[in-house]
Design a protein around this ligand. Structure first.
Ligand code: SAH
Length: 256
């Protein structure tokens, strides 16, 4: 299978979307569909298959593949959607928002681990914009020392708290707030990751990024096409790179 370019490669333009892994075979789905609300579910095998597909699709980072294999995605979606939890698809999580595709979560986490500051000793403090159901925060908790995650919708902030409680992740800090302002109290961050796309990078994010840190975010470029953006903060300033097209929910201001 064709591999996606690693950072800092530049894509020639639209139409170069990463290859879409094939849907899981129905045999792999069967155990998930059979289990009510994920209890007693043999989800490890289904997750292992998802991880194989992520690797085949170009994810090479062992810690990322390990984290994706460890976090039970089916516990973050509605019980009616449990049988789709390990397919490479985004799913509704309420209030018009979606949980990102596993492939996109893994891709963005892998990019974060490429930050200069992560090269010695792994990722330090990470800020996530858009907690949603809390899935990506759980994945990040395996990769970073501390995870600060901001959600602007109270309903989802509460849902994430509920979803994450059984995992007892002491390094995940759930915050209700407008992510466009970042979270100055936790700054500087080794990495910032946004799960919602605007049309400009909020200044607070660049300010709150540590030197050697990396920002990964969807951004609408001229013409409206949303692209994955990587910004590295170097001692000499910000270095920006545009990667592949992506589809994220909009970044909105204020809390609701
Ligand atoms: N990482 C999430 C994805 C959630 S979708 C998961 O794993 O489920 C993106 C989320 O970003 C939505 O919940 C949306 O409400 C939130 N969002 C949009 N604009 C925001 C902002 N300014 N501050 C905080 N959250 C925001």
């Amino acid at each position: 299978m064709q591999r996606r370019p690693g950072f800092p490669a530049r894509l020639p333009g639209a139409g170069t979307a990463p290859p879409r892994p094939a849907p899981l075979a129905s045999a792999a789905r069967a155990p998930v569909a059979a289990a009510p609300s994920g209890v007693g579910l043999d989800s490890a095998a289904v997750r292992a298959r998802m991880v194989q597909k992520l690797a085949a699709g170009g994810i090479t980072s062992a810690p990322v593949l390990q984290a994706m294999g460890a976090v039970e995605r089916h516990r973050f979606v509605d019980s009616a959607l449990v049988n789709q939890a390990y397919e490479d698809t985004s799913l509704p999580i309420g209030l018009g928002q979606t949980i990102s595709k596993p492939n996109v979560v893994a891709r963005m986490c892998e990019l974060l681990l490429g930050a200069e500051s992560a090269r010695s000793g792994g990722l330090g403090r990470v800020l996530e914009i858009g907690t949603g159901c809390g899935y990506q925060a759980a994945v990040l908790s395996h990769l970073a020392r501390e995870v600060y995650t901001l959600e602007r919708l109270r309903g989802l902030h509460d849902k994430a708290r509920h979803n994450l409680r059984p995992f007892r992740l002491a390094n995940v800090h759930l915050l209700l707030g407008d992510g466009m302002l970042g979270y100055a109290k936790g700054a500087p961050y080794a990495a910032i990751i946004a799960a919602a796309g605007g049309d400009a990078v909020p200044q607070a994010w660049c300010e709150q990024l540590a030197v050697g840190g990396r920002l990964v975010a969807p951004m609408a470029l001229t013409g409206g096409q949303q692209m994955l953006l990587v910004i590295d903060k170097t001692p000499h300033g910000l270095k920006q790179c545009v990667l592949e097209p992506v589809h994220f929910v909009p970044l909105k201001s204020g809390i609701a």
